[in-house]
Design a protein around this ligand. Structure first.
Ligand SMILES: [Zn+2]
Length: 276
């Protein structure tokens, strides 16, 4: 049986490579991925209903990926930066309300079995004012509460993190009654030790360095590219073939055991999303 190669964070765009990128992924040895919703350039973010339109588009990309023979788990949610855009147009209170409604729409789609996770949600990755931090944290907490009800993962987008931030996400999950491992930190450093991640699942970049460090320390992790499929910025993020390439390269060199590959590219995604 060929080794699995699961990319835990991929975006596709209608004006980008789209499904052709998934074909390249498959040809390189990719087996499955988490397809994460992001605001699409042609859909203006005006309120909760504009998110619904974007979610439907993400779901249609996933369907195409499945037709190519890939496992595709979809994560839906209002991107944290959209709060800032909505606040400019509607004010902070209404912006938070619309973001909250967008979370509920995402949760409905998970409930209906159309999506597998809520994400990416959380905080902007750059410094923002206290009002935005407060609203973002309340929204993340709401996402975790919804995920707890649905027993599904939350994919967290945030500023760069270390053990301290991972601990605060773990505590937020506790207060939302979400099992900690269902909180997945997107773009995490290889914080694989329990005292580093406090039970939150790290999804680490598909770089040799990060994977080597994760493997040497032991513990659970996922691998991701954060492929952005942006025609204006080719090469701005890792290419979509990176996970299968690294899995192959590092198993051939003996740095990654087949057992570790099955763990991060099959068992853990299966545990999180019910599908891998
Ligand atoms: Zn992303």
């Amino acid at each position: 049986m060929p080794l699995p190669a699961y990319d835990n964070h991929v975006h596709l765009r209608p004006d980008g490579e789209g499904v052709e990128a998934l074909r390249r992924f498959k040809r390189a040895g990719g087996s499955g991925l988490t397809l994460v919703n992001l605001p699409y350039p042609h859909i203006a973010v005006k309120g909760a209903e504009s998110f619904r339109e974007g979610y439907e588009l993400t779901l249609s990309f996933a369907e195409k990926g499945r037709r190519e023979g890939l496992t595709v788990n979809v994560a839906l949610g209002p991107y944290p930066l959209s709060f800032l855009k909505l606040r400019d147009a509607l004010g902070a209170g209404r912006a938070e309300e619309e973001m909250g409604k967008a979370l509920e729409i995402a949760a409905d789609m998970v409930r209906e079995g159309r999506a597998a996770a809520i994400g990416e949600v959380g905080r902007p990755h750059f410094p923002v004012d206290q009002e935005a931090v407060g609203a973002s944290d309340r929204l993340l907490r709401k996402a975790m509460e919804l995920a707890a009800e649905l027993s599904c993962p939350v994919i967290i987008h945030s500023e760069a993190v270390g053990p301290k931030e991972m601990r605060s996400f773990a505590e937020m999950a506790d207060s939302a009654r979400l099992e900690r491992w269902r909180a997945v930190k997107h773009l995490a450093p290889p914080l694989t030790l329990p005292e580093e991640n406090h039970g939150v699942t790290p999804s680490i970049p598909a770089s040799r360095k990060a994977i080597r460090e994760a493997v040497s320390k032991g513990g659970d992790f996922l691998i991701e590219t954060d492929f952005i499929d942006d025609p204006a910025r080719p090469g701005a993020a890792m290419d979509i073939v990176s996970v299968p390439k690294r899995v192959k390269g590092l198993t051939q060199s003996g740095e990654l055991s087949e057992e570790a590959v099955w763990r991060c590219c099959h068992e853990l995604p299966l545990k999180l999303y019910g599908n891998a």
